[in-house]
Ligand binder design. Structure first.
Ligand SMILES: *[C@@H]1O[C@H](CO)[C@@H](O)[C@H](O)[C@H]1NC(C)=O
Ligand SMILES: *[C@@H]1O[C@H](CO)[C@@H](O)[C@H](O)[C@H]1NC(C)=O
Ligand SMILES: *[C@@H]1O[C@H](CO)[C@@H](O)[C@H](O)[C@H]1NC(C)=O
Ligand SMILES: *[C@@H]1O[C@H](CO)[C@@H](O)[C@H](O)[C@H]1NC(C)=O
Length: 748
């Protein structure tokens, strides 16, 4: 994973640039370095002499003609000239309207610069003259969306802005080192390595904190941040070319995948389903971020059982023009309208025209509507649900002015995924999609799913093992440096944090085909049993499958053996704009999985079907918005994109194959991954914060972690004959179905 992450977040485009290059746009190492220079010590002004020079002398207003749309220059100039602009040092969050407006204006200034030179000059000017958070955000979005820069790498965000990725004691310690050792210069770490822990190591405030190794993982959080740079919720698809990407459907799929992934992680920690909440009922999960802003302010916390009603926590605070103080009302209104749209099957545009939701493009329209992006049929009416919901759940205070906002963890993409409320909120939203799907979609039948003449005969996986090891990152930008140190890069401090890693593995798919044909192969990973060991019926489980691998393969007539190894999985697409790739790498469909010691059972579903190209793809550069990251033309998540009714059909079709396996968790020092003679206590070594919660301990001791089923204890494979019968019914009968207990997805 270490290797994969570095590749994903830093070096990714160096590889892809080769495929991108043409006469107009050439990747150059020089420019890449220039870009990195823009991101250094964001919290301080840049001290590079050439930067200082430009920052003082360049006046973008005088060079209006160098911007493709001169009006964007006018607009930003007004913010700047009339003193509306956010000052350096103030806390920036895209979830505050005023901040967002300015950030968009700045983004447009970058985006519409007509050449690389103008762009770079503008960036250098903004580097020292504009609020650092806004600069960082707008610049990153512009770099990803400009046709002449999208193939350059951005430096990893957790190194650029460690404040949002490491707990305050880590930042504090970095600053301590700086004060103690800054005279010992040299661009090496000199033993200045901070051993970072997750928040649960010091305080234990809620059971889910034992999953901090996942929710606070820098890879997971930076993935989410990058995804939101690729598809900003405020970005117009028409103006900025997102229109070939089905962004509404993508919104659904992204969050469905995140939730499915998180659910798998919960299961291996002895937790069950993500809780459902109601705005009127005190919100059970508290959250204490243990992070601080660069100005020293602690992130706002939410006590357990908070009442989210506006009165209770806004009492005595300033309301004024600040509409976030009325978040509760907004959220309720938007929820009502979304539900009405889904149930009636129609949405309305601004002029009152009806748009049919129960249509081919329905899911995309609904996605835009729920995300509240400018492609929504009627943005004002269906609103920005997410924005108000985040504010409400984040439980922060109402600012007097937008210069003094106090955003919660949910109001930054970098930190959202740390709060357990994040998953509950998006589960609520995703349930709307399920409600829609269950009303509009027909269940798939054999005719839809079968691929004539192709049969998956067998699947084999290596033993899947996860373990913790240290991940190093450079957090020098969490300290303040002198101009000399800045230019010479002479103070360094790094952090070592235990993160989940996995043992490389290979898997094989044996496919018989009666013809030569092009096929799409999809592999999903999903749960099979719930936290109590009860079998989860596919009817209830289809939404919990995480896409694990997806590629096109040329089948030959006869027997085929498809061999993939873990490295390939994450490199199957080589264009840099693929957020899927970031997803696969950073979010780690497998690589951050925590198994349990005795092995937690999961199931893979391998599905092979006819290749259908993605239609809307636009030729040319593989940029975001061109549809180029799509492997095929099927709906996202196919064949688990629709509710499943005939669960056994998925077993019965010859081109699908369920494979149960276990994922084992080991200490990193057990390099032979031996299962014997190992004292359980040893597991606590590395990240004992993971095991501190009462809930977990209880589960752990009561033995429910150990799903020992004698039939497949060792390598978790069913005997062949079960497959031959097209199902593994026999085993499932041992475990009561839990359907009666599960919440009905289709009602909320
Ligand atoms: C290079 O790519 C850009 C962006 O698609 C395109 O406009 C330009 O024509 C290409 N140049 C050549 C020489 O192919
Ligand atoms: C993390 O925990 C370890 C072991 O308890 C401790 O030695 C270390 O100082 C902690 N790190 C920080 C930054 O507090
Ligand atoms: C799966 O769930 C459906 C609906 O609840 C039920 O009809 C069916 O019998 C279940 N199958 C098994 C094997 O539990
Ligand atoms: C390797 O496995 C054997 C048992 O097969 C065990 O005794 C030994 O301790 C293991 N090695 C390490 C380094 O743990």
């Amino acid at each position: 994973m270490r290797f994969l992450l570095v590749a994903a977040l830093a070096g990714l485009c160096a590889v892809s640039a080769v495929s991108v290059e043409n006469d107009t746009y050439k990747y150059s190492q020089e420019k890449q370095k220039e870009i990195f220079r823009l991101f250094k010590y964001i919290n301080q002004p840049s001290f590079y002499p050439d930067f200082i020079e430009v920052a003082q002398s360049y006046n973008f207003y005088d060079f209006k003609a160098d911007y493709i749309k001169p009006e964007v220059v006018e607009e930003f100039y007004r913010f700047y000239y009339y003193g509306k602009i956010l000052q350096r040092g103030e806390i920036f969050s895209v979830f505050y309207k005023e901040h967002l407006r300015q950030a968009i204006a700045l983004f447009k200034l970058f985006y519409y610069a007509n050449t690389w030179e103008t762009f770079y000059k503008t960036a250098v000017w903004a580097r020292n003259n504009v609020n650092e958070g806004m600069y960082l955000y707008s610049l990153s979005v512009a770099l990803i969306h400009r046709p002449d820069t999208y193939y350059y790498a951005l430096p990893p965000i957790y190194e650029v802005y460690p404040y949002y990725f490491y707990n305050s004691e880590v930042i504090q310690e970095a600053q301590y080192y700086k004060q103690m050792y800054s005279s010992q210069s040299g661009a090496h770490y000199n033993g200045r390595t901070i051993y970072a822990n997750y928040s649960g190591y010091y305080l234990n405030l809620y059971p889910e904190q034992s999953m901090a190794y996942f929710t606070e993982d820098v890879g997971v959080n930076s993935f989410y941040y990058y995804y939101n740079l690729y598809y900003p919720y405020w970005m117009s698809g028409e103006e900025f070319n997102l229109k070939y990407d089905n962004r509404g459907e993508l919104f659904y799929y992204m969050y469905q995948q995140i939730l499915a992934r998180y659910y798998l992680e919960r299961l291996s920690n002895g937790f069950g389903e993500i809780d459902y909440f109601n705005w009127e009922v005190p919100f059970e999960n508290g959250y204490y971020p243990t992070m601080c802003y660069p100005n020293g302010l602690q992130f706002p916390a939410r006590p357990s059982y908070s009442r989210l009603y506006e009165y209770f926590y806004n009492y005595g605070q300033h309301y004024g023009y600040n509409k976030y103080a009325y978040s509760y009302t907004f959220v309720k209104d938007y929820e009502r309208r979304i539900r009405d749209a889904i149930d009636s099957g129609y949405v309305f545009t601004r002029s009152g025209q009806k748009v049919d939701l129960f249509s081919r493009d329905g899911i995309n329209i609904l996605g835009n509507l729920i995300e509240g992006n400018p492609d929504s049929p009627y943005y004002k009416y269906y609103g920005a649900y997410q924005v108000f919901a985040r504010h409400l759940l984040g439980y922060s205070f109402q600012p007097l002015t937008y210069h003094k906002t106090y955003p919660s963890a949910l109001e930054h993409f970098e930190t959202s995924m740390r709060d357990p409320a994040f998953y509950q909120l998006y589960k609520k939203l995703i349930n709307y999609f399920y409600r829609f799907k269950s009303q509009y979609y027909k269940y798939y039948t054999e005719q839809d799913l079968v691929f004539e003449g192709v049969e998956v005969k067998n699947v084999e996986f290596d033993r899947l093992v996860t373990y913790f090891d240290y991940y190093y990152s450079d957090i020098s930008s969490a300290v303040y440096v002198t101009p000399e140190e800045f230019v010479q890069d002479s103070f360094k401090v790094q952090v070592a944090q235990p993160r989940l890693n996995y043992k490389p593995f290979t898997y094989k798919i044996y496919v018989d085909s009666s013809i030569d044909t092009e096929a799409v192969v999809k592999v999903f990973l999903g749960p099979k049993y719930d936290e109590y060991g009860r079998y989860i019926n596919l009817t209830e489980n289809w939404m919990n499958f995480v896409q694990f691998d997806h590629f096109v393969y040329k089948l030959k007539s006869g027997q085929n053996v498809i061999t993939r190894n873990s490295r390939e999985i994450y490199n199957y697409m080589h264009d840099r704009t693929s957020y899927y790739q970031l997803y696969q790498k950073a979010m780690g469909v497998f690589d951050e999985k925590q198994g349990t010691y005795g092995g937690f059972p999961y199931q893979f579903y391998v599905y092979v079907t006819k290749y259908v190209p993605y239609k809307a793809q636009k030729d040319g550069v593989p940029m975001v918005g061109m549809g180029s990251q799509y492997v095929d033309g099927y709906p996202m998540g196919y064949p688990f994109d629709r509710p499943v009714y005939y669960g056994y059909m998925y077993y019965a079709i010859p081109n699908g194959y369920f494979y149960e396996t276990k994922i084992f968790h080991r200490d990193s020092d057990v390099f032979n991954y031996s299962q014997q003679d190992y004292y359980y206590g040893k597991r606590y070594n590395f990240a004992n914060q993971r095991y501190q919660s009462k809930k977990h301990d209880y589960k752990y001791l009561s033995g429910s972690k150990d799903y020992v089923r004698p039939q497949y204890e060792t390598q978790g494979r069913y005997p062949e004959q079960y497959y031959a019968q097209g199902s593994n019914y026999a085993q499932e009968q041992y475990y009561p179905s839990r359907s009666y207990e599960r919440q009905d997805y289709y009602h909320y």
